[in-house]
Each structure stands twice: as C-alpha cells, then as structure tokens.
Design a binder for this molecule. Structure first.
Ligand code: SAM
Length: 280
C-alpha cells in the first residue's frame, strides 16, 4: 500500500519499468505520494473538473490528482518508457485517465477535455515557461482553463508573481497578472525530487480572471511591454521612442513620467499607455 491508492510505491514502479531519469526530458520525479497529494490539493476541488497534466512521468502527481477525486485526467507524456506505468494507473481508475503520448507543445490536449478544465503539472523545466506563455495568451479570454497549478524553478515562480519595483518584475509578471491572479503556494527544496535538480522549486497557483483587470488590446500591450523591458534600465522615453513620434506626451497622458524605467510601472499604467497608442 502506498498511502493514497492501492498501487505500488513509486520507487518500485520506476525500478520495474526501468525509468532512469533523463536530463534532456527535464526528468526530476516526485516519489513522495503525500507530497503529490498535497500539490494536487492546491488545485482546489477537482471532482467537477477535467484536469490536464503535462509530463506525468511515472505518475506520482497523476495518482495525487486521481486520488483527490479528479473527474477525468488527460496526461500528455513525451517519454514512451512511462506509458506502461501510466497504464497501470489507468486500470486502477477505470475511465478516469487518458494518456496521450507526444510533445505537449504539439498535442492538442484540449480536444480531449470537457470544461471546466484545470491544469496541474510538475512541468519539465525546458518547456515550462513556453507552455505558461501559451496558456496565458489564448486567442480569446477567458481561456479554456480555470486554474493552473504548476511547478517551476523558484526563480521563474518569482518572476510570475513579482510586483513593480521587484528585481524579478518584467514581461512574465505583467502577462501573468493582467488577466489572472498568480500566487506561490508551496516551496520545494531540491531534495524533494529524484534526482534533485540544482535549484529550488515552487508551485504557483494561477486563477484566470473573467476579464482583464484593465482594458487593453493584447497585441498592443504586448508590444509596449516588450519594448519597455527589452531595455529595462533605460528611461521609457528612450526605450519606447520607436512606438510613437509623440511618445513623451503619450507617456504623460498615461500617468507615466518619461524618465521612469519599466521596472517601476504598474500594469494599470502600461494598459493606459496601450489604449492611448492604439487610439492615436
Ligand atoms: N510529473 C512527474 C513527477 O512529478 O514525478 C514527472 C515530472 S518531470 C519534472 C517532467 C516530465 O515531463 C517527465 O516525465 C518528462 O518525460 C516529461 N516531458 C518532458 N518534455 C515534455 C514535453 N515536451 N511534452 C510532454 N512531456 C514532456
């Protein structure tokens, strides 16, 4: 007995299926089922939701999600070596786990999911930020997911929740906070994983807001923020010069001093500037 289900302990599963961790696939496994159950709980009530999991690996978090009552889990795993272990979990939870083998950047997992959808994953670090950016920039808002509960390197988690004036404040913070609400809900030391990564990790829980906090066209806002943080140490009148001939006036109208730097500016002000640039 492993504690949360009738399946064998993960160490045994890994040994039996020869799942030696591969660095190229970002494989740092969570083997403590109490911990994976705790991460699953951070995703909230799953009983009425479909859950998308990226990178289930040997299935520790998958088991946590199913044991905490997820209606249906769709798990996308690139490494075919993990499939037999995941198949055993599918058999223990009949009809509740669908495993898709492939690259999460290519597979259309939403085609297999019924709303409401929650996303939960101990992400492979090499594709984690790219997936997050895609989830935060769908064609229409609200997105097809309600919440994201994701493991990141702690440094990335800090960039997601950073506030103006923080060293980590930049494009990722603005993207994450403009139309969603991110919080760091757990910190994990390297030793929580097998093998341990070099850096600490954190779980971030992100709730989609029904609509953006402040109105702005996503493409214009993205251009403004990209230009502003591309040269984050420069004054905005210099870094944003290319966006409009009268940028200093536009900045003042948006409530921003032309001599301010990007890292000081609230999302509300960037949105005001994006609206003014779009109108002019
Ligand atoms: N969820 C498991 C756990 O917590 O123990 C494994 C997490 S491990 C950090 C990342 C997992 O993502 C690995 O199983 C790896 O094979 C898988 N993976 C890596 N790149 C992937 C990709 N592009 N698409 C889908 N899965 C990927």
């Amino acid at each position: 007995m492993s504690g949360i289900d009738e399946l064998p302990p993960l160490r045994e599963v890994i040994a039996r299926h020869g799942l030696s961790a591969r660095k190229a696939l970002g494989q740092n496994f969570l083997l403590d089922l109490n911990l994976t159950a705790k991460i699953a709980r951070q995703a909230g009530d799953l009983t009425q939701a479909d859950v998308l999991e990226i990178g289930p690996g040997p299935g520790g978090l998958t088991r946590g999600l199913l044991a905490s009552g997820a209606r249906h889990v769709v798990a996308v795993e690139k490494d075919p070596r993990c499939l037999p272990a995941l198949q055993e979990i599918a058999e223990a939870y009949p009809g509740r786990l669908t495993v898709l083998q492939g690259d999460a950047l290519e597979v259309d997992a939403f085609a297999h999911l019924t709303p409401p959808v929650k996303i939960a994953a101990n992400l492979p670090y090499n594709v984690g930020t790219e997936l997050l950016i895609r989830w935060l920039t769908p064609e229409t808002w609200p997105p097809r997911w309600q919440t994201l509960t994701l493991m990141f390197q702690r440094e990335v988690a800090q960039r997601i929740v950073a506030r103006p004036g923080d060293k980590a404040y930049g494009r990722l913070a603005i993207l994450s906070q403009w139309r969603a609400d991110p919080r760091i809900v757990m910190d994990l030391p390297p030793g929580a994983f097998t093998p341990p990564p070099k850096v600490s990790s954190a779980v971030v829980h992100i709730e989609a807001l029904p609509e953006p906090r402040y109105p702005a066209d996503p493409a214009v806002l993205s251009r403004v923020v990209a230009a502003a943080f591309n040269q984050r140490r420069k004054m905005l009148r210099a870094s944003l010069r290319g966006l409009a001939p009268d940028i200093e006036d536009r900045l003042r109208e948006a409530g921003i001093a032309p001599t301010d730097r990007a890292e000081q500016i609230e999302i509300e002000r960037f949105c005001a500037l994006a609206r003014l640039l779009q109108a002019s």
